[in-house]
Write a protein that binds this ligand. Structure first.
Ligand code: KG4
Ligand code: ZN
Length: 334
């Protein structure tokens, strides 16, 4: 009998559903909420309402696209946390209700672990144990992945996530939310060595990104005093320079983690893993240090349900099922 998993993701501002049949992801339907653009960040209440509007259509579209009926499903895997409570509740309540009605198991998925398990959607898959630099809007972590279930955080940010540093920096430059992809775009034609930004010096495998964000703020304030068009005239170079230092901080810790653990299977995951410069740098470092590196396809870097569906498939093998009395966990830890 086939194992057919419906994956549902609603932790932030994407409503997404995906069908996975016997470990093969069939589709990845995503409704992106553009309503947050004008507010400079995700507005939780608006996100919940948009999830409510989208969830039924997104799930129906995933089922239809994979030619699967509700009655064919083996289990429903759903993001339990971390994320925005109201947003999580929409996907989670929907998943629980459906699991109850169909009398099939529910599988609780940690969003950050799902970003890592996105590496099992396509081949080649990383070999355990591997290191994963997990970089998103809310998290920045280096994780030792011993198995699909057993993951250990070796280091994480003590303040802002790197995605936040991208987004807050982008906001200072006048970009709408999310600004990370726009910094990435403008940086391509800029000079990364034009402006220096100080990198934080944090011990061990932890990160800090609040200092560099503040240094961009003061840098812009000082230059704008003399030239109100400073940003417009130097946008590409500012983006390239700021991005260079963000990526450099990530890469230094990744090299340190690989040295400390002697692991040479290295992966990246999460929204910031879509960044072109990060992807290029990882490839270069892999050659230098003889790492085997794993970079997800763009569509599996930012939030998506395919990663939740594949996680569900992997957990299904271990019969790691949740209970209908479980609840979303906005601060779910590893
Ligand atoms: O994983 P994700 O989609 O959502 C969270 O779980 O947070 O990550 C979103 C983050 C945002 O901060 C966004 O600006 C950033 O990923 N991001 C990028 C790029 N694409 C998305 N940052 C830099 N360059 C990109 N190309
Ligand atoms: Zn995410």
């Amino acid at each position: 009998m086939k194992t057919i998993i419906l994956g549902i993701e609603s932790s932030c501002d994407e409503t997404s559903a995906s069908i996975c049949i016997d470990g093969k992801v069939m589709n990845n339907i995503i409704a992106t909420q553009s309503i947050h653009k004008e507010y400079g960040g995700v507005v939780p209440e608006l996100a919940s309402r948009a999830h409510q509007k989208n969830i039924v259509l997104v799930v129906e579209s995933a089922l239809k696209g994979a030619q699967v009926k509700f009655s064919d499903l083996s289990a429903i895997s759903v993001t339990q946390g971390p994320g925005l409570l109201g947003a999580l509740m929409v996907g989670y309540s929907y998943a629980k209700t459906l699991a109850f009605a169909l009398n099939i198991p529910i599988i609780n998925v940690n969003h950050m672990k799902a970003h890592i398990l996105a590496h099992f959607i396509e081949t080649p898959v990383p070999i355990f144990p591997f290191l994963c630099l997990t970089v998103s809007g809310g998290h920045t972590q280096i994780v030792k992945v011993n198995s699909a279930i057993d993951m250990v955080v070796l280091g994480s940010t003590i303040d802002d996530a790197v995605g936040e540093a991208f987004d807050k920096g982008a906001k200072l430059l006048g970009f709408s939310y999310p600004g990370g992809p726009q910094i990435d775009k403008y940086a391509v034609s800029g000079n990364p060595d034009r402006f220096p930004f100080s990198e934080s010096q944090i011990k061990d495998l932890n990160f800090s990104f609040s200092g560099i964000k503040t240094s961009l703020l003061y840098f812009l304030r000082d230059h704008l005093k003399n030239n109100p068009d400073f940003i417009k005239e130097n946008l590409e170079d500012i983006c390239a320079s700021y991005q260079k230092h963000l990526i450099s901080m990530l890469m230094k810790k990744l090299v340190l983690a690989a040295e400390k653990t002697r692991i040479r299977q290295i992966a990246i995951a999460g929204g910031v893993a879509a960044n072109k410069e990060l992807r290029t740098q990882l490839k270069q470092l892999s050659q230098k240090h003889q790492w085997m590196s794993y970079i997800p396809e763009f569509e599996y870097c930012t939030d998506n349900a395919a990663m939740v569906a594949i996680s569900g498939h992997l957990y299904f093998q271990n019969k790691s099922f949740g209970q209908l009395t479980d609840a979303p966990q906005p601060r779910m830890s590893f």
